[in-house]
Design a protein around this ligand. Structure first.
Ligand code: E4P
Length: 217
């Protein structure tokens, strides 16, 4: 299992990698635009690369399969450890299938909201599918049910496509998803900091250090 940071903010990405538990970065057009209002995607991806050595995921913005494939090839040429996110719509599935046949480009069918979509993307040969956990919860309160169905379908059918869960807003989501055995969880920096921060740990540690009267180590 791997943990990625869901951000295009250079400071957050650097802080996330510095923690030692993060091995990739996911971005989307909204996150990129927030940090780079001129939408200089290539330049911003290169800035991300200059501060981290993990896998970077970034998204195409075309609306036809042909345009998505062209953009995916362009994005893939920018970096040797990049994965192209392609929306899980009819044209996106087609684009993933075309790229899979040609080979050499990792794809992530993103904005997944049910197990049927996930299955279709796996059949097209996506490297990853990316369910939006909290958005599914906000819409139908069925995020966990969706994830149980996806993980079961992928397990019993031994599908090669990996499950990268996005749209995470609290550490407990991470725990629930880890119990299902997903491949990757991507979340903003505060979720990762919240995963290991605990007031009881801090209180016990403070007491240990206060009572320590021995020699210096
Ligand atoms: C995935 O890569 C998306 O950037 C993201 O996880 C969406 O999260 P949100 O629902 O918090 O916007």
């Amino acid at each position: 299992m791997r943990l990625f940071v869901d951000s295009a903010n250079l400071r957050d990405i650097e802080t996330a990698f510095d923690m030692g538990i993060i091995s990739g970065v996911t971005t989307n057009p909204v996150l990129i635009h927030k940090e780079c209002p001129e939408n200089k995607l290539k330049q911003h991806i290169q800035s991300i690369r200059s501060i981290c050595d993990g896998e970077i995921l970034t998204q195409v913005v075309g609306s036809t399969a042909k345009e998505m494939v062209r953009q995916a090839k362009e994005i893939n040429s920018w970096d040797s450890n990049i994965t192209v996110k392609i929306p899980l719509v009819r044209e996106g599935i087609k684009a993933v299938s075309m790229l899979q046949k040609e080979g050499g480009i990792r794809t992530c069918n993103t904005i997944t909201f049910n197990a049927g979509q996930a299955l279709a993307a796996a059949m097209a040969g996506a490297t990853y599918i990316s369910p939006f956990y909290n958005r599914a919860n906000k819409d139908t309160n069925c995020g966990l049910q969706m994830m149980e169905a996806i993980t079961q379908i992928f397990r019993v059918n031994a599908l090669k496509t990996k499950i990268l869960v996005a749209s995470i807003d609290k550490p407990m989501d991470v725990v629930n998803l880890a119990m299902l055995g997903v491949d990757v969880i991507t979340a903003p920096l505060p979720v990762w900091e919240g995963l290991f921060e605990n007031t009881l740990t801090d209180a016990v540690l403070a007491k240990f250090l206060k009572d320590w009267k021995g020699d210096e180590i």
